[in-house]
Ligand binder design. Structure first.
Ligand SMILES: CC(C)(COP(=O)(O)OP(=O)(O)OC[C@H]1O[C@@H](n2cnc3c(N)ncnc32)[C@H](O)[C@@H]1OP(=O)(O)O)[C@@H](O)C(=O)NCCC(=O)NCCS
Length: 176
């Protein structure tokens, strides 16, 4: 389905938390409580969170933490009604841009071993599997794959991001 409403990626605000929490609830087996987002926005100066808006509705969100010189994607989610329309790609490009702003050298994340859709999105942005954490997820004991980008300033990474931006520019709202 083509996106017909412009999508904007913007800094998450406290007023967005209820909508973000609803997407969390629809997306994850152990969603973060709403107060965790409030903490992140108000008390964690090494965290950055964004939302994707379609008109005035929040349709996706994501965040990074700066850990030493690496950025770590803490979460990314898109409302089920808005998936496979390029919103996750837009969010991930925005998180990579924020990571560069935070002077991170690369970006890492953990993803469920079975979450092939998310892994495909990450691979498109240059993430590669760097390791495996066995029984990482406490709800069902599933393993996590650790995925990491090449150096953000490397030609390979610039190429991945430029291609993703180009793809994102074909959906309403355009690239960031
Ligand atoms: C993972 C997630 C954020 C992707 O968001 P999205 O908006 O649907 O992703 P996009 O439309 O931007 O996808 C970009 C590309 O990623 C890949 N991709 C995304 N979802 C995919 C899926 N379910 N299956 C296969 N490939 C997928 C495709 O290559 C896709 O490009 P294409 O649609 O042109 O083929 C979304 O599915 C989601 O919120 N899932 C539940 C929460 C979750 O798993 N978060 C990640 C935790 S680590």
């Amino acid at each position: 389905m083509a996106v017909t409403v412009p999508i904007a990626v913007e800094t998450m605000r406290l007023a967005d938390i209820a909508a973000v929490h609803e997407i969390e609830r629809l997306s994850f087996t152990t969603p973060w409580p709403a107060y965790a987002f409030e903490q992140e926005l108000t008390a964690n100066r090494l965290a950055r969170y964004v939302v994707a808006r379609a008109g005035s509705s929040v349709v996706g969100f994501g965040g990074v933490w700066l850990m030493v010189d690496e950025a770590h994607v803490t979460t990314i989610g898109v409302h089920p009604d808005w998936r496979r329309q390029g919103v996750g790609r837009r969010l991930l490009v925005a998180l990579i841009d924020l990571s560069e702003e935070l002077r991170a050298s690369r970006v890492t994340l953990e993803v469920r071993a079975s979450n092939l859709g998310a892994q495909a999105l990450y691979a498109e942005l240059g993430f590669e599997v760097a390791g495996r954490r066995t029984h990482y997820y406490t709800d069902d004991g599933e393993d996590a794959l650790v995925m990491t980008t090449p150096a953000l300033r490397s030609p390979a990474m610039r190429h991945h991001v430029a291609l993703a931006r180009e793809r994102a520019s074909h959906i309403a709202g355009g690239a960031e």
